[in-house]
Write a protein that binds this ligand. Structure first.
Ligand code: CU
Length: 485
């Protein structure tokens, strides 16, 4: 009897508690289970190439969304003079941006262009199902595959090709982003852009011209030649910079296709007011640099308060200045001197017991040795170059794309020797054009004697296909006095 009532009580308890669960689940399902959300109507998805994104979903109802994605293998430009055969989703690297909402039912058409050489497929991280769609989408050139999926989880997701060798398909540019907005859409902002990092592996070193084939060994060793935003060096610099106006809020959908490297995404001179960490639903605030894993994403938002050029980088910083992971956001509008003053004073700094750092020119000129040969001058100039110029203009005078102009075969240097002398004597800032490319950086004034200026310029003029123009200390002296130095 005792035993019976104990079992009975237990059964009652189970019934009560399971009833409770069912009631809660039902309540939740009625409101928000996207897996059971009904669709109303059908539309074709707008697809965009970076840095553009499609229009926001706003408050539209869940629909059947038809995505027409064409795989195209085509030659493109990695950087000036360097070609690469990219494999793309929709003709761009990263591939077309897809924008959807929870509850949508996507009818995905993957079309492999008949001119392509290889089969491909797609794994979308927004898919709940085997291979993220890869197992249903393997498609040969000249064919089309269709599969459907229900969009259940909101967030920013990577998609990529998953055909063997998977790493190679991704390394050739086969990745992109799919944004899944919540019911009612993300809060509106003023500007939205699509930025996606990728690492590339080429037979030749960085900048080596010609069509560069993929290098499997470097890829396996994770020894990237190029680390870039939006598929190429300079995709978002100069005239390609993304833009905003003072007072606007900018939202960046940041992805990382990899295949190997993790991005330390940072915007120089800005603080992310909000980061949707890893593209999910947790929002962090007041972030300087956010990690974007290979095969992952983040949404960052910030209000721009002052005008200027803000540089997007992977803060693994050699990638930015030496491998291409550098973009620009140009902000126009009125200054706000309270938030940022600009330089308000510049003066001489002379700690006690030191003398003026700038050598009086008369003292330096006494050291001029007129009896040395040109080859000795070049040798002395080489030493000065490796001490003073090398870091920016690089060992072979190749410069650094988007940052420091080349000295090799430089039309700027070869056309006007006085400009070259002036640059070393006085420094150089503001926009200049070298070999058809615009640069806007700062070269500091070099504290060198007339003899040293002549030597380093003789070294430069006698290297790397330059004009072998001879520069004498007297020429430097003349420029120095004409400028009042
Ligand atoms: Cu592929």
């Amino acid at each position: 009897m005792k035993k019976y009532s104990y079992v009975g009580a237990l059964i009652m308890l189970i019934i009560i508690s399971s009833c409770g669960n069912t009631a809660n689940e039902n309540k939740a399902k009625v409101k928000m289970d996207p897996a059971r959300m009904a669709i109303q109507g059908e539309m074709e998805a707008e697809l965009t190439a970076p840095p553009k994104v499609p229009a926001s979903v706003g408050d539209r109802s869940a629909k059947k969304l038809v995505v027409n994605m064409e795989v195209i293998e085509e030659e493109g430009e990695m950087t000036d003079g360097v070609k690469y055969v990219y494999w793309t989703f929709g003709g761009s690297v990263p591939g077309s941006f897809i924008r959807t909402r929870v509850g949508d039912e996507i009818e995905f058409h993957i079309k492999n262009h008949p001119d392509n050489k290889l089969p491909h497929n797609i794994d979308l991280h927004a898919v709940t199902g085997p291979g993220g769609g890869a197992t249903s989408s393997f498609v040969a050139p000249g064919h089309e595959k269709v599969f459907n999926f229900k969009v259940i989880n909101e967030g920013l997701f990577v998609y990529h090709c998953a055909t063997a060798p998977v790493g190679m398909h991704i390394a050739n540019g086969m990745y992109g982003l799919i944004l899944v907005e919540p019911e009612g859409g993300l809060p509106p902002v003023d500007k939205e852009y699509y930025v996606m990092q990728g690492d590339f592996y080429t037979k030749g070193e960085y900048g080596e011209p010609g069509v560069q084939p993929f290098d499997m060994k470097k890829a396996v060793e994770e020894d990237a030649d190029y680390v870039v935003f939006n598929g190429k060096v300079g995709s978002m610099t100069g005239d390609n910079a993304i833009t905003a106006n003072v007072g606007e809020t900018v939202r960046l959908y940041v992805g990382n296709g990899g295949p190997n490297l993790v991005s330390s995404f940072h915007v120089i001179g800005e603080i992310f007011d909000k980061v949707y960490i890893e593209g999910g639903s947790v929002i962090n605030k007041n972030v300087q640099t956010t990690l974007v894993p290979a095969g992952g994403a983040a949404i960052v938002e910030f209000k721009v308060d002052v005008p200027g050029t803000f540089i997007l980088v992977d803060h693994s910083i050699f990638r930015a200045f030496n491998k291409g992971a550098l973009g620009m956001l140009k902000v126009e509008g009125n200054e706000n001197r309270t938030i940022y003053s600009g330089t308000i004073q510049e003066g001489i700094y002379l700690p006690e017991g030191t003398s003026n750092q700038e050598m009086p020119s008369s003292e330096k000129e006494e050291a001029v040795n007129t009896n040395i040969s040109m080859s000795e001058r070049i040798e002395l100039g080489k030493q000065i170059y490796s001490r003073t110029c090398f870091a920016c203009h690089q060992a072979e005078g190749q410069g650094i794309p988007n940052a420091f102009p080349p000295l090799a075969k430089s039309d700027y240097l070869n056309k006007d020797v006085n400009k070259a002398i002036d640059a070393v004597l006085n420094g150089l800032s503001g926009e200049i054009e070298v070999n058809g490319v615009k640069y806007n950086s700062v070269m500091t004034k070099q504290n060198l004697s007339n003899d040293e200026v002549a030597n380093v310029l003789n070294y430069v003029y006698n290297q790397w296909g330059n004009s072998k123009k001879e520069v004498t200390p007297a020429m430097v002296k003349a420029r120095r006095s004409s400028e009042g130095h």
